[in-house]
Structures are given as C-alpha cells and as structure tokens.
Design a protein around this ligand. Sequence first.
Ligand code: PEP
Ligand code: MG
Length: 324
Amino acid sequence: AQERYASIRRVPATTVYGPTIRLDMNAGLMADLPSLRSSGADGVGLFRTELQFLVRSKVPRRGELASLYSRVLDAAGDKRVVFRTLDIGSDKVLPYMKPQDEPNPALGWRAIRVGLDKPGVMRMQLQALIRAANGRPLSIMFPFVAQFDEFRTVRQRFFDELEHEDKLGHVLPEEVEVGAMLETPSLAFAPKQFFDMADFISVGGNDLKQFFFAADRENERVRRRYDTLNVSFLTFLEWIVMRCKESRTPLSFCGEDAGRPVEALCFSAMGFRTLSMRPASIGPVKHLLRRSNLSEVREVIDEARASGAQSVRPAVMDWLRQQG
Ligand code: PEP
Ligand code: MG
C-alpha cells in the first residue's frame, strides 16, 4: 500500500495555499524504526515504551532499556523521537504486577498515577533515557496527566534525575524537552502556568475521546457510538488549540484518529500542525492534505457547526466529493 504513495514520500504535507502539517509516526518497537524512512514520516511523535515491559516476565533492567532506547535514537538519526514514559494499568496490565482488582481500571491507578505513587520504575526509566541520549537531544512526554501539579512533580523528578546522572559522570542530553499528554478533559482547563511550563502537548485522542463522551474505548458496544467529528468534540479540540496558542506551546495529536485522512484534515483545519499516526497512514493522510485548502475545510466545518449538525462529517464528505 505504501508503494501507492511512494511519489510523495519525500515531499512535505503542504496544504493548498497553506500551512505544512508535520506528520510523525507512532512506534513501540525497534522493528518499527525502518518505517521512519519507508513512510516518509518527519519523526517519531509517540514512542510507546510499555511494550518492553509487557513482553517480559519481570521488570526490564535499566541497562537493557538504555541500550534499546539508544538503538532507537541511532535508527532515527537526526529525526526527533518523543519517548512516552511507561503507560500501564487499565488496558495494559503487566504480567508481574499485582492485579489491582479495580472496579473501573480505565479510571483507576494507571500511567503516571503509578509513577507518582511508586517512583522506582519511573526513575529507572528516566535514567535509562538520559543514558541512551548520551549527549543527544532528548524528548520525553508523560501520559495521562490530569492536573498541573502532577506534571510539575514528574517534570521535577526528571530534572532531579538529570542532576543525579550528572553527578555520576554521565553525559547529559544536549537539549531536553518535557511534554505532557492531554488525555483527560480536566487538563484542557488547567491554569495557564501548566501550558507555559509544558515544552509541548500531545492530545491522546483515544483516551481523551473515551473520557469526553464517557464511552469505553475497549467496549465494542459503545466505542464507535460517538463520531470523532462530533461538533462538541471538535469544539473542545478548538479550545485546546487556543490554550496552546496563548502560551505558544507546540501541540500535536497522537491518537489513532490522526491517521484517518478525513479526521486528520479536520484536525488540521481546527489548527493542529503536527499529527502522529501509524506509519501506513502517513501516505494517505499526506495525499489528502496536499490537495486540500484548509480555509475552505474550516468554512465547511463552521457552517456545519452553525447549522446545528451533530457531526461535521457529512458536510466535509460532501465537500470532498465536490473536489473530485
Ligand atoms: C491515546 O490515548 O490516544 C494514546 C495515544 O495513548 P494510548 O493509545 O497508548 O493510550
Ligand atoms: Mg492514552
């Protein structure tokens, strides 16, 4: 399928008259890295680090992790890789973790909540990342931040680790970026200081949508019930774009929906300038973006919103058909 888009692999996702959208890819294994070249992605916008923890029977060692992260950075060359710290709990259960028996795991003790309460594994992972960077730039992001304070705390822990590694004589990264995933609606209403402090924000649309509509992403009965292009959700995304603009915080969208061409087009029209998706989606998304005028798409979206439509999808699809 990627052959179909081979001719646009090396050209940017520049829209008609308009901005260029950065298209990153999501990854989680060393085996994903060759796709960076074959897909034409600009970088790795989300490296899910939990897979290494999920495939083992015990907690991986710091040295193992450092060597894997280092190989990932080698393979990426000068392309940016955003490492997401361990996101476990809920749908991602570690075989060696005591089952928590929670009534609602998706709303339970997961992701940085675990890292905040039991910092050992997170510290080890941060050390592995710093050592892997070994003087190169390092971008990390924390999943499932629900309030400012959580971000401030984990970010400080990262800086503490940098200091600690420095004292041990390790080479520090040339530059660091510390971002947050916006996956709970609460974070969109955090104080401005949060948006100022984050070096970047990435919308985890899979979780954000699940919590926005109160519809379990794992439950077949409800997971497709609400359209991502629902007017309420798009208006919420617009709010997030506005908050990030106000603080000049780079914003991306890294949930699965970013890899669906029509969704990617609408997110771009709402103001997103970076999308991160599975490698196979880069071609189709780029193809559509390159022949679309975002101001026109935005007009279609705004008209549909004003008309009281539930979703902008029918209007956007009509417009696409007219484009031929
Ligand atoms: C998300 O929630 O959109 C996301 C990118 O993270 P994950 O799918 O790993 O929860
Ligand atoms: Mg998530």
